[in-house]
Write a protein that binds this ligand. Sequence first.
Ligand SMILES: O=C(CO)COP(=O)(O)O
Length: 139
Amino acid sequence: MNIAVTAHDAKKELMVQFCIAYCGVLSRHNLCGTGTTAKMVSEATGLQIVRFLSGGQGGDQQVAARIACNEIDLLLFFRDPLTVKPNDIDEAQLLRLCDVHNIPVATNIATAEALIHALERGDLDWRNIVNPKTMGMLR
Ligand SMILES: O=C(CO)COP(=O)(O)O
């Protein structure tokens, strides 16, 4: 599966801790993420992550473009709901596209935990049917 990770600044450390905790599961999948989040996660875990631009520089849109092509199977996007960000519109688009393509998305750690266990159990295997094509960069 192709998993994308991104997090607001206030939630980046939480994302790092989450990825450390589930490093074993994540290592069996293809990971990509926005610049700073991907860098922090890969440095802390040693996981290989395709690193896009920083979110504000267009990284959100790079992830969104892959979601638009139905090439992402799971999005982990830890949001800080208490701060207004300059790229809020890009982020709303990211979430909208997940709904367009029925892509499982977690915007907080509680949902992320549920989804990662679902991933392990095979509950998300249906994604291999709706997204059978390999993505050059990620698979
Ligand atoms: O902008 C982001 C979330 O929308 C995250 O981008 P970075 O991971 O580059 O900080």
